[in-house]
Ligand binder design. Structure first.
Ligand SMILES: Cc1cc2nc3c(=O)[nH]c(=O)nc-3n(C[C@H](O)[C@H](O)[C@H](O)COP(=O)(O)OP(=O)(O)OC[C@H]3O[C@@H](n4cnc5c(N)ncnc54)[C@H](O)[C@@H]3O)c2cc1C
Length: 207
């Protein structure tokens, strides 16, 4: 097994995570997992410690961790409770997409809020008939005047219930070949017309 040597600063960050896992996650993980309850207290503490900004660059208020160190952070968290890693990972993938492909205006607006956890969320890609075959999404975005009107339903979205901002995949071109080239990504905040509807457990009980 390869040994990864971390700088003192990165090792300190990892030590903070290890301490956090032992003190805050370990005592409640089993109980919350079995009750299928969202770890609100853990999330609040992660916000205070800046965890939602792990890989967001420092210029936007994040910690600016490289992905090797971040993977060690996630390895540590998943040792205690895998679900907590999902809350962070999908949020930080969303942040990465904004950082890599967003406009300057979008970066300046969203990344500092993602870093503090004020805005949290993830990826809204999957649908009933589009998982691995993502180009099969039925959600459409139609340009009307200067705004896109988006219609569709997503499912299996990590952070859907308690998050508020998502990278939303929608078709903007239905004719292009290959079909995946007709997909665009939007930054969508919950609000009028963009709602969370039901939790997996509710669905299972009804069917
Ligand atoms: C814990 C969890 C969290 C998730 N969070 C999110 C989220 O935050 N946002 C989001 O958008 N989605 C999320 N998803 C959905 C996830 O992205 C999809 O489940 C995934 O893309 C697979 O799609 P599917 O379940 O429809 O399976 P399918 O696409 O139906 O695949 C079923 C099986 O068939 C195999 N398969 C499919 N196509 C082929 C092929 N052409 N050749 C060979 N094998 C094939 C697959 O490998 C798989 O084993 C989450 C899923 C899970 C389990």
């Amino acid at each position: 097994m390869a040994t990864i040597l971390l700088s003192e600063e990165k090792q300190q960050i990892l030590n903070v995570v290890k301490d956090f896992c032992k003190k805050e996650i370990a005592p409640v993980a089993m109980e919350l997992e079995h009750a299928d309850e969202y770890p609100h207290d853990i999330v609040e503490k992660m916000k205070e410690l800046g965890f939602f900004g792990f890989t967001i660059p420092e210029e936007f208020g994040g910690i600016g961790l490289d992905y090797v160190t971040y993977s060690l952070v996630i390895e540590e968290i998943t040792r205690y409770w895998m679900s907590v890693s999902g809350i962070l990972n999908s949020h930080l993938i969303m942040a990465h997409i904004v950082e890599k492909y967003g406009t300057k205006e979008q970066k300046d607006h969203y990344l500092p809020k993602f870093a503090t956890g004020e805005l949290r969320g993830g990826l809204a890609l999957s649908e009933a008939d589009a998982g691995t075959d993502i180009q099969n999404i039925a959600t459409k975005a139609v340009l009307q005047s200067e705004r896109y009107v988006i219609n569709g339903t997503k499912m299996w979205i990590t952070n859907a219930r308690y998050g508020n901002t998502f990278i939303l995949a929608a078709k903007t071109d239905l004719q292009v070949t290959p079909r995946y080239k007709g997909i665009s990504l939007f930054i969508a905040e919950k609000g009028d017309g963009f709602l969370y509807k039901r939790h997996r457990q509710t669905w299972l009980q009804r069917n």
